[in-house]
Structure formats: C-alpha cells, structure tokens
Design a protein. Structure first.
Length: 139
C-alpha cells in the first residue's frame, strides 16, 4: 500500500528526483562535501514541510529524492536548497572550492533537472481516469 501524507484539506504523495550540477560541470565535490550537504538540505526541506528521502552525488553533481509537500513552489524550494548548500559548502570547504571557483563564481549551475516519480506508471493512471464514469466526459 502506498503511504499517503496529509495536511490541512489535502492528502498527497509527491516525490521529485532533482539533480544539481556544478557550474561548468567542474569536478569539485568531495565525499566530505556531499556528506556536509545532507543536513543542510534536510533543514531547508523540514522548514518547508518536506523530506529528503534519498541523497547522494559525485564530483560534479548531486541527486536528491524529495518527499514534497504540495504547498511548496518547486522553483523557490530548489533555489533555497541551492543557496543554502552553496553557502555552507563555501564556508566549510573554502580552500578546496577556491581552487576551482575563484571570486564570487557560483557553485551550482543555473539549470536543474526535476523529475516527478513514484506510484503507478503514467499509462496506468491515464487508463484509470479514462475508465471513470464510462470514459471521456460528454460534450
């Protein structure tokens, strides 16, 4: 059975797979940096009634699986996650990051990949919706 979450006047289950890549795809992230990011991301998500279901990365990108609360604006949430993680990493790993990005260069590329995931396959959902009340609504 799928575990649903609930809020005021809403029942939901929203999972997003989000990928952040480093600016210029530079291989700057170390395992220590990735580990240091996790509590920062969890804190930002917690404030937004969301949860980090899974997290990992490599030297030039990170993957987040987020259990999202529907009150969030996804773009604003992603901006907060990038901003907070960049700020903390630059504080904790200044020397290492300054070797790759000098001055005020951004750590994260402006682009992002956001994919909705979980639950039934899209075709199954489409078929279920079409099967309601005998199919398509009358014109």
């Amino acid at each position: 059975m799928t575990q649903l979450r609930s809020g005021s006047h809403v029942v939901f289950r929203i999972h997003l797979h989000i990928v952040f890549i480093t600016k210029y795809r530079r291989k700057v992230l170390t395992q220590s940096m990735i580990e240091a990011m996790k509590p920062v991301l969890e804190r930002v998500l917690s404030v937004n009634q969301s949860f980090l279901a899974e997290f990992n990365g490599e030297s030039d990108h990170v993957h987040l699986l987020i259990d999202l609360h529907p009150d969030n604006n996804i773009s604003d949430l992603v901006a907060s996650l990038k901003s907070a993680s960049s700020r903390i990493l630059r504080q904790q790993f200044k020397e290492e990051i300054d070797k790759v990005y000098w001055g005020k260069a951004k750590l994260w590329h402006d682009s992002k990949c956001i994919i909705s995931c979980g639950g039934a396959p899209l075709e199954a959902v489409k078929e279920y919706i079409q099967s309601q009340s005998g199919g398509r609504p009358e014109k």
